[in-house]
Design a binder for this molecule. Sequence first.
Ligand code: ADP
Ligand code: ZN
Length: 735
Amino acid sequence: MLVEVAVAAAVRGTFTYRVPASLAGEVSLGQRVAVPFGRSPRATGYVIGFPAAPPPGFELRDVAAVLDTFPPFTPKLVELLRWAESYYLVPPGELLRAALPPGLNARGGAAGPDRRRVEYAAPAPGAAEALPALARARAQRAVLDYLLARGRITVEELKAAFPAGRAALNLLVKRGLAVIDAETPVVERGLLPTDDRTVELTGDQATALAAVTGAFGTFGTFLLHGVTGSGKTEVYLRAIAAARAAGKGALVLVPEIALTPQLSGRFRARFGDEVALLHSGLSDAERHAEWLRLRRGEARICVGVRSAIFAPVEELAVIVVDEEHEPSFKQEDGPPYHARDLAVVRGKFEDAVVLLGSATPSLETLENARRGRYRLLSLPVRVDDRPMPRVELVDLTGRPRARRGEPPALLSAELQAALAETLAAGQQAILFLNRRGYQTLVLCETCGAEARCPDCSVSLTHHARRGLLLCHYCGRSEPMSGRCGACGGVRFGLGFGTEQVEEACRRLLPGARVERLDRDAVSGAGDTAAVLARFARRELDVLVGTQMVTKGHDFPGVTLVGVVMADTSLALPDFRAAERTFQLLTQVAGRAGRGADAGRVLIQTFNPRTPAVARSVLHDYLGFAEEELAHRRALAYPPFARLMAVRVEGSDEGARRTAEALAEAARPALGEGTALIGPAPAAIERIRGKSRWHLLFRAGGHQPLMRIHRALAQVAHRPPGGASIRFDMDPYSMM
Ligand code: ADP
Ligand code: ZN
């Protein structure tokens, strides 16, 4: 008996081994085995096939041991991984390893908490009238306020907002102002989970759901385009309930779980321990335990981030990709795959329905819908006839500069007034700026020398709180000094980041409780959840932050969203810059006015007429997309062409020579309809002391790119000057 094995190493191709008679009964597809490889007597590998005959001219060696009692990968997953390996040009073993939870080798993972019973809290009838009586019991008042805004919610969700809220909740129950009940979600054949009785779907939701469930059993992809707050999640939940009622499994991919604890809470509330969560906020042992529950079929619904596309859910009826436009579905370090695109491939292999949801679908997905490859489902309005937030532009051009070194209108008069008004009304605000730190540029007044990272070709960012100059690419830091290192002259800073916005906010609103949410202010999922929880409890008035504040949070108290500078993401050297800007603006605007009070959004910008900005004011996704697609078509960029990036890193000389050798080797393979852009130094020419070069290949389809890839094999195998080469199919990062 022979097996084809992918070795868990950065080597191309697969290898054939002989299975000794003693192991013949144990080997199956998808299993991990130990094999002799090179000089190693026991390398880990994965069985991915059973060849009939050995490849000629090789001496066969024996499989040394079988490592799993049952295979970690289902046959369907092996098929998916093999597809991904050849499409993304990734060594198969590397992808297989990345697809497994990191704790797989820690045998006998933790059992995990008992999730069978789900507890709910709800305000008691008439509790609203008792609110004033709680004036002095602040914790209880806050909890009751929260319950009144949301109705019946899981205690888990309540605790996400109020980590110590259990005590206050118990006191409220004692006073007869709140009730707690517990139930075991019943998910059996033919039974809908209990929660489904609580809301009645809108007509649009019902239409979308019927289309999705009507397609169960065959492969088909749907784009669910729904404005923020239109009830997309409710459609996912119902579709999954229908899948479970038919005895099938479901997979839900989300961009980020730490930033959206409410979302996983809603799945838990609906499906109890049928749900397994897979994300990096879990310990390795927890992740392994969740993964095993799926593999054993104890949990049939997986909610997870990007790598969960490889989760071992069997008999999938539906794969949901929430916020399908999010760049985080593309893996940038490690094997470069796109989880949303793989979701569609997996759906095809498993005869499952794929449901891609977004308020701002990626242009790739929209174009697929327009060509009839995906079916378009729309939720054009918010549920309960809640209005979309009112968006206003604050044109920053031509405003007088306050003082030298001070940015013009960090917080414009308009934004200042809106903040003051919001806080006076007892409501909350979010301020968004896509740049960390205090000042993004530090210059010498005398000689003009700029503080730059010696290892990366970028300027250092001044982080005032920590008194550091920091490189955002390699993490290098040095103490901030007011004097120039070269000439001793006085230094000054330009360009502002979230730290400076926070400071300006505190200065402007002395009594306000202001907090910052970015990678400097918080570290790890726990911290992030804690800040979000304090904001949800209304212990904070203003939350200042980077993209982290734009995600799917649902804070009923937020009535003002301020975008400090819409232009930061527009200026990137990336053909998707306008699309990304439109997405960010729409997403952050969607945080406003989700409660009973209407929301207001102020966007400060130097480019008020640029379509990404102007159309976001009108909530006009389709108008923006139409215009942007015309651009892309004219310039032959995706979705009207396919791209393959080749990223070269090495010494100045090695990287340059390798890039040139690649271009030379590619030339004969370039035909009609294909083009090479470059080779050129990357937008960031140097990171961590390594010189970087890019080649970008463009073609009408995937096949010509594969032809080019084959032409590059020789150079890629032995790059001149010891440079390294990475292929990136359908690239997202242009930096
Ligand atoms: P989205 O995912 O599109 O942002 P959600 O599914 O989160 O929207 O819905 C927004 C809010 O409306 C949630 O609080 C949700 O519970 C509620 N909701 C969703 N569908 C309905 C409905 N049919 N009737 C009443 N409320 C609904
Ligand atoms: Zn650096």
